[in-house]
Design a binder for this molecule. Structure first.
Ligand code: FES
Length: 112
């Protein structure tokens, strides 16, 4: 994905071909902020979610699974909900969640 800083936030322009995975419900992609690697998910036509993509077990990058709406770690099988909750270990700590919104074809991820 392609994100730009906008004020203190990250903005993803859905008109950018790099972000086309987020133009339809069920899509997801990963973008970097200065301090984290963030999974951005198009939950529905109107809703988006953003949370750290980095597994709290040993730091692998989670993958998004649309059928279960979960982040799944390819390294040792941890699973997290879109609210960051651990659904399956070995991870014990939740993922950091960012507030995210969609307006005017721009997804804004609040980093603060
Ligand atoms: Fe994710 Fe181990 S690093 S389960």
């Amino acid at each position: 994905g392609s994100a730009t800083t906008c004020g203190a936030n990250l903005c993803l322009d859905l008109g950018d071909p790099m972000n086309q995975d987020l133009t339809a419900a069920g899509g997801a992609l990963v973008v970097d902020s200065d301090t984290d690697t963030i999974m951005v998910v198009r939950v529905s036509d109107t809703q988006v979610a953003a949370l750290s993509a980095i597994c709290t077990h040993s730091g692998c990058e989670n993958l998004y699974t649309e059928s279960s709406k979960t982040l799944d770690c390819p390294c040792h099988g941890s699973q997290f909900s879109l609210t960051g909750t651990v659904l399956r270990g070995p991870a014990r700590r939740p993922l950091k969640v960012y507030s995210a919104s969609l307006a005017n074809n721009i997804i804004t991820v609040t980093l603060g």
